[in-house]
Structure formats: C-alpha cells, structure tokens
Design a protein. Structure first.
Lengths: 374, 387
C-alpha cells in the first residue's frame, strides 16, 4: 500500500514539474506585462521540437546533413547555423544605443554564439556522438539542454517583438494583445504542421535508462531530472525576481509601467528579459517532456499549456510561488482522482476542486488583490 | 467585361464536367490526412492512388463492355468525428460520389456511416472493426473483421499461447474502438479464465500522454499480460512507461498497432510483442506480395494493414461496380444497384484474405492474423485464426 502511495506521489511530482515549469512562464509574463501569453503552450511545443533537432544534430543524425556528406558541406552548414543563431540572439537582445552608461545586452548574444560554435566543434570532433557510452549520452544531454533553452527563448522573444510589441507601442488594449497571443499559438501549431508534415517524431533516448527503487516505487532518471529541474528553476526564478537588480526592475515595471522609464529603467529590455526567461523555461519543459513522452506532435502543447495556465491562475497568477504550487496541486489532484476513482472522472473532479478554490479565493492561493504582481 | 469573365468561369467549370462526366466514376475517400493519425490517411491515399493508376493505366474500368475512368476525391476528416460527418456530407451531396471509402477508424466511421446510410450511398470502411459501424445500416460495409471477433482471438491467444491466467487492460475510454474492443476482450478472457481474471481494467482519455497513475494500479494487480488496444501514437508511450514502472510481462495489442510508423516511434521497446491484425507483410505470398512489392517500389515503404485494407475495400467497390453490369447515370439508382451488388459479393480474393458478404450485414467473413514483432522490428506472421 505504502509502495503504491509513494509511486503515485512520484507520478504526480513528475507531471507537476511540467505544469509548474510552463505555469512559471505564464506567470512571469503576466506579472510584468499583465498579458496572458496564450502562445506559451505552443512555445513549449516549439521547445520540444528544437530539443529534437538539437539532439539529433549533435548526434549527427540530422536529416539536413547526412553523416557521410563531405566535411566542407558540414562545416558550411554549421557555420551558417551558428551565424543565424547568433544574429537572431543579438537581434532579439541588442537594442539601439540610448543613454550612455547603459548595460550592453549583446553579451548574451556573444555567449550564445560561442556556445553554438562549441557545439559545432564537439560535433566535428566526434563526427557525431554515437551514443554508445553513458558519458556520450550525458554529454549530448548537457549540450542540448542549454541550446534548447537559448533557441526557444529566441523564438519567444521574436514573437514578442513581432506580435506584441507593435501593439503595445500603439497603445492597444490588453484584450487585443491576448487575442494576438492566441493567434500566434495557432500560427505556431499549423506552421509546424505545414513545415514538418504530419508524421510524429520520436525523441531519442538521451539519458541512460536507469530506474531507481524508492521503497518499492520506481522512478527513472529522466523523471527525476524533470522534477529536479522544476525545483531548481523555481529557486532560480525566485532568486532573480527578489534578489537581483533585473528582478527589481521587473517588479517595478509590474508596479507602474509608465513611471518606470522615467526612472531610467529600460522598459523594453526588461520585457525582453522577461520573455527570455519565460520561454527558456518553456524550452526546458519541452525538452524534459519530450524525453519522458518521446512522441512529438504539433499539437502537444495545447492541452498541457492550457492546464498549466489554469494551474497558474489557481496559484495566483503573477506570483511565482503560486505558479509553482499550482502546477503541483493540479498534478496531485489529477493523479489522486485517477488512482482512487477512475480517469474518466479525473478532469471533472480535479477541475471542480480548482473551481472551488477560486470561488473561495478568487485571486488564487498566493494572489493578492491589487498589489504588485510577481 | 464582368459578364465575359463570369461566362468564362462558368465555361471553365462546366467544360470538364461535360467532357468527362459521362465516362468517369467518382469515388470519395473520407480519411485522416491530418490530425492524430495522419499515417493512416497517407497510407489510404497512397494505396488508393496506386489502384487508380493501375486501373486507369489499363484504359479504365470495364463495366458491361464500356470503359470508365476512375476519379478519386480525397477529403480530410482530421481524425475527428464531427469532421468525418462533414466530409461525408461533402462527398455525398457536394461531390456526388458513387460510393465512399472510409473513414478508417471506428470513432469516425460510426457517425459517418449514419450519414451515408441516410443518404442511401454505399460506404465501405477499410479498418473500422467496431460492430456499430455496419449495424442496421444496409448501405455500410467494411473490409475487415469485427471487434467481437478480434476480442476473442486476443483473449484466446493470451490464454493459450502466452499462458496468462490474469490480464490487465488499459484503454482510451473516450474513443469507440479501444472501448468496444476492451469490453469484448474482458468478456472473453473472463469466460476462459473465470470471473475476476481481468485484474485491472484501467482507462484514460484521448490526448493523454502520462499513464503512470493507471500503470501503477495495473502493476500492483500483477497481471500475466497487458492488453492495450491503442493507436500507434500512444503505444510507444504506454510500453515505455510500463517498462519504466517495472512491468516485465508481455504486452498484447490489436490491429491499431499495425502501422508502418509504430516501430519508428517505439524502437526496441515494442520488439517481441504480439498483436492481432489483418495481414502480415513479412513472409507474404502471391497477390499480397505483388502488392507489397509494387507499393514499396512506388512509395519506398512497406504498406501497413490500412494500406492493404484500403486497397481491398476500394477493389471490392470496383468489383461490385463491374457486377452492376451498366451505369445508368441516375445517381440514386446507381447507388442502389451498387449496394445490391456489394451485399451479394462472394469470395472476393483480396490481399488480406478471402471475403464474402452474406447479403444481410456489411461485415465480411474472413480470418485474423497474429503478428509477432521480430527483433529486427518486422511484423512477422505468427498464426492465423479463422471464424
């Protein structure tokens, strides 16, 4: 009995870690911009696909460059790839020069470029990892994870620049921006569908299949990684928001968007940073999700994203602790209902309970009415 | 100018219809080209295109001494029930097809069959194995066996060959096909092994990817075999999670496993497992082998059972059209004649086996095959079970 309880708790923790990671992204953007970024679930999907292409690229299984093509082709391809990514990163982050003494945000771009180059170097050095030893696999995992996070955040920031910023500059009502976000999500889904076709992709096994035994309950290393990652990211975010200058700027923007530029805080840079953080977490969640549920399809983000959004609202959207707790709360409710009753009743019962929580506390568990969010 | 344009447009639309209308036979395909199971749609379309090219390449279909060219119309049903109904209406009323092939899965075939039957149009599903599809619908046929045959075959195989005394079932409760099949399996397994021998009967809903809560319950019940009649996009997730949670026994599947994409998604985890299906590509002989080779040469892949069944379903429609003797051009009359020709079809030699209709129902009398997934990932013939 105890064994089953522990097993189900571990199952819920794993499920909750994806909900939490995605909910944190919703929460950050909402906290700063009061914008519900409905494309976030689909950025998560894009993250999973980026993780797929990054991993297969590093392993030398990429369809675009067959492993036995001449070295020059590979070099040109890698150089081109690195160039595009670096350019995209700097486009996303670098701003027009403004007041003197401003922070130079092109550093992350340079770092990104170096990172890609190192990845390419690893690729040529090893002629593609053959995934024969555990160390190789872990190396691929270790390189793919930050690569995915960087590339996904580039996508997220790009969406902000292309879709949300023009509306914000024109002073459009928040409602229009939310609708734009919904449309962006659909564009991402169907763009993927038309670009990659309808067949599913199978995510390669990166981490060795080690299964730990916790008092009779089983947990694989990939699940454990997902759980650990969500806790780490939560701690990191909490630290950034409450302890750093950037976090202070984010809180300030959330408090008063119009007074903040007057204090010399670069509003756009703060917003870009917010999207950067949120999307990189979606990318991380996408990769961890793909490792545990290795069948990728263009619509994989819709339902998960939607549930994570509900979790963020129940936790008190705008509050980081709320998003984190909300994600796990939803996962535990789902697993408990599926384990005790049956899964047909899962969504019915768990969402009824969430509705009850919202009726009791309309601002969510951690939400405070009308104060600073985040 | 505007009038001229309109006239030109009208002419452009009217001309082909007038020129070819008399000598073509239009058949509609209601298949999932996008959605959850796009491979099913792709295979169906490829098989149909191949058959069309074969017939048209030979000068057309000979009906009572007159040659007719084939015109196949493909409409995407997105693997959704409501889209399948719309697609059926579009084909029957808009495109005015003589007969409709598909939808393939039971979840779509059951509602679409209602539309076809109400409009008195022949529909034949290649892959729908749920009894409800053809039940009390004289215009609806299928080219495969039924779940109430497939269920007992799986239960018998699990009991006799896998020596299972206790079984667990995991299925999607929101989809007609897995739900129906699971019920038949449970009934027959308990008939063979006594009441309560299905120790876990767990469900999930469409689009779920995390089955660990249900699998934890299943593993706790210690079954000898896990039966999971799910589609190829869910099977890899179920198998992988079951293994990670510590399940070591055999996993038995149904004909929905038999997609060419299963092994690409599932990899080593699915090797050594068994499933009930319509035909086995590895080790095929005769006309079946010819079909497989031609398909492989054209599309660079081995056709799965959907491809083979679509070929047979369409082939049966064409054979029935030939049996009609003549096409009058009066659509309701032709549809009626086609239905009568279909219902009395005897011993049609398809590539998935011999099929006969008894004149009363649209369900063919044919055999099932048990396939083992070999260590090379091929679907190899294990045994054949006939009614």
């Amino acid at each position: 009995m105890l064994e089953t309880v522990i097993q189900q708790a571990l199952n819920a923790l794993q499920l909750g870690s994806y909900y939490s990671l995605i909910a944190l992204g919703y929460c950050l953007v909402y906290g700063v911009l009061l914008l519900i970024n409905f494309a976030h679930g689909d950025i998560f999907m894009v993250g999973a696909y980026i993780a797929f292409f990054a991993a297969t690229y590093i392993m030398g299984q990429h369809a675009l460059i067959p492993p036995n093509s001449p070295i020059m082709v590979k070099l040109v391809f890698a150089g081109f790839f690195a160039l595009i990514v670096t350019a995209a990163v700097s486009f996303a982050i670098k701003k027009k020069p403004q007041a003197p003494g401003r922070k130079n945000y092109s550093y992350p771009a340079i770092l990104g470029g170096i990172f890609i180059t190192v990845t390419a170097a690893i690729y040529y050095w090893g002629q593609g990892m053959k995934l024969e030893t555990g160390a190789d696999k872990i190396l691929v995992f270790a390189v793919t994870m930050p690569l995915t996070m960087i590339l996904t955040s580039v996508v997220g920031v790009f969406i902000e620049r292309v879709a949300y910023k023009p509306l914000r500059l024109k002073g459009a009502n928040r409602l229009y921006v939310v609708i734009t976000a919904l449309m962006m999500g659909i564009i991402l889904e169907y763009g993927n569908l038309s670009l990659l076709g309808t067949s599913r992709l199978s995510y390669p096994t990166l981490l060795p299949r080690v299964v730990f035994d916790v008092a009779g309950a089983k947990i694989s290393i990939t699940k454990l990684t997902a759980i650990a990652a969500s806790f780490l990211m939560f701690a990191l975010l909490q630290w950034i928001v409450t302890r750093t200058k950037l976090g202070m700027a984010m809180r300030a923007v959330s408090y008063d968007k119009f007074a903040v530029p007057l204090m010399g805080i670069p509003l756009d840079a703060v917003i870009v940073f917010t999207f950067f953080l949120g999307s990189s977490m979606a990318g991380m969640a996408g990769m961890l999700y793909a490792m545990n549920f290795p069948v990728l399809d263009p619509f994989m983000g819709a339902l998960v994203g939607w549930k994570a959004f509900v979790a963020a609202v129940v936790g008190g959207i705008g509050d980081i602790r709320g998003a984190f707790v909300g994600g796990f709360l939803l996962a535990f409710l789902e697993v408990i209902v599926a384990a005790v009753f049956s899964s047909e009743l899962r969504d019915l019962i768990s969402f009824t309970i969430l509705l009850g929580i919202l009726t009791w506390k309309p601002t969510g568990l951690f939400g405070k009415p009308k104060t600073t969010k985040i | 100018m505007k009038k001229l344009l309109v006239a030109l447009l009208v002419a452009a639309f009217a001309f082909p219809a007038a020129a070819f209308g008399a000598d073509t036979i239009k058949i509609g395909f209601n298949i999932p080209l996008t959605g959850d199971i796009p491979k099913v749609g792709e295979m169906s379309k490829d098989a149909a295109e191949m058959l069309k090219e074969k017939v048209n390449g030979a000068g057309g279909l000979d009906v009572g001494g007159k040659k007719y060219m084939l015109d196949f119309v493909y409409v995407d049903n997105e693997a959704k029930a409501e889209s399948a109904v719309n697609a059926a209406l579009k084909l029957i009323e808009g495109e005015k097809v003589l007969a409709m092939v598909g939808p393939q899965g039971s979840g779509r075939a059951i509602p679409a069959a209602e539309v076809a039957n109400n409009n008195k149009t022949v529909m034949i599903s290649g892959w729908s194995t749920n009894p409800k599809t053809t039940l009390d619908r004289p215009y609806v046929f299928r080219a495969c066996f039924l779940d109430d045959f497939q269920g007992p075959v799986a239960a018998k195989f699990a009991t006799e060959q896998l020596k299972a005394k206790k079984a667990a079932v995991l299925f999607d409760v929101a989809s007609d096909y897995p739900k129906g099949l699971s019920e038949f399996f449970k009934k027959d397994f308990e008939k063979l092994n006594g009441p309560g021998s299905v120790v876990a009967y767990e469900t999930f809903t469409t689009k779920d990817v995390d089955f660990s809560a249900q699998l934890t319950k299943i593993i706790k019940a210690k079954p000898d075999v896990l039966f999971t009649p799910q589609y190829y996009n869910e099977v890899p997730l179920i198998v992988k999670q079951a293994r990670e949670l510590g399940y070591t026994g055999p996993i038995l599947g149904s004909d929905s496993w038999g997609s060419a994409e299963l092994m690409a998604l599932c990899g080593d985890d699915c090797k050594g497992q068994y499933f009930v299906t319509h035909y086995a590509a590895a080790g095929a002989k005769g006309a079946t082998k010819e079909f497989i080779d031609a398909f492989n040469a054209k599309f660079k892949q081995i056709p799965d059972d959907v491809g083979a069944l679509t070929w047979d379903a369409t082939g049966m429609v064409l054979a029935a059209i030939q049996k009609m003797g003549a096409i009058s051009g009066d659509l309701p009359k032709d549809r009626e004649a086609l239905r009568n020709a279909m219902a009395t079809m005897r011993d049609y030699a398809g590539i998935t086996g011999k099929m006969s209709f008894d004149g009363k129902t649209g369900d063919p009398i044919k055999c099932a095959v048990i396939v083992k997934i070999s260590d090379k990932g091929e679907f190899t013939f294990h045994e054949s079970v006939c009614p």
